[in-house]
Design a protein around this ligand. Structure first.
Ligand code: G3P
Length: 224
């Protein structure tokens, strides 16, 4: 499956997605400052940064950027839509979709997956529970991010609060030959080790890195 070449560049390496969200620390001039800070992070091939929609043009200047959202439309009269063609022309070849803070309907997820397949664009479909993971697996999602809504932005991680769900989600994704990433509350190496040990192919992290006093150090401290 083609996602392996994008997300598993060498030896099926574990992936880290840093979602910059729309924090003061990651918007305006701070987006570029943060991305420059991260430039020298260890294992940078396996780290991707989900940038705000207003910053996707930075894909022409920084490697490993993805979008925080994308729409299924193509060129046309679509006010306020983010089309894949536009992202691709800025060097961005992937996006989050259906994040808890930017939910979309199931028909939209389905049509966005179809559009992404046509263009070779990579989607990470966020899902809040096992039921939703199953639904998006059925739609053909290659990469799914399990993020329990109530743990996002908190101090208790998905790895410590929901290990049994991660295990079940990994087993489910394996059946569909999909990859499972996990996120919410991740803020130390132990969280990452537990996630990997349970079979996750990577993590999504935001506040533990973006809002920390030393984002470079915080990101590197999550590398395993
Ligand atoms: O997309 C990642 C995100 O929702 C997790 O946020 O702040 O809990 O790491 P956070």
């Amino acid at each position: 499956m083609f996602y392996r070449s994008f997300y598993y560049t060498v030896d099926n390496m574990f992936q880290t997605i840093v979602n910059l969200k729309a924090y003061n620390e990651s918007t305006g001039k701070n987006t570029e400052i943060l991305l420059k800070t991260f430039n020298n992070s260890e294992s940078s091939e396996n780290i991707k940064f989900a940038v705000p929609l207003t910053k996707t043009h930075l894909g022409n200047h920084f490697k490993n950027l993805i979008s925080q959202h994308v729409d299924p439309e193509t060129y046309g009269p679509y006010t306020g839509h983010v089309i894949m063609e536009e992202l691709i022309s800025s060097g961005i070849k992937g996006s989050l979709l259906n994040h808890s803070e930017r939910r979309v309907s199931k028909p939209i997820i389905r049509s966005t997956i179809a559009r992404a397949e046509e263009l070779g664009f990579k989607l990470i479909i966020c899902s809040k529970d096992l039921e939703e993971i199953r639904e998006v697996c059925d739609m053909g999602a290659d990469i799914i991010a399990y993020e329990p809504t109530e743990l996002i932005g908190g101090k208790i991680s998905v790895a410590t609060a929901k290990p049994h769900i991660i295990e079940q989600a990994v087993a489910l994704c394996d059946k569909y030959k999909s990859t499972l990433l996990v996120g919410a509350g991740i803020n130390n190496k132990k969280d990452v080790e537990i996630s990997k040990g349970l079979g996750a192919g990577g993590i999504l992290v935001s506040s533990g890195v973006v809002k920390s006093k030393d984002p470079f150090h915080s990101l590197n401290s999550l590398m395993i």
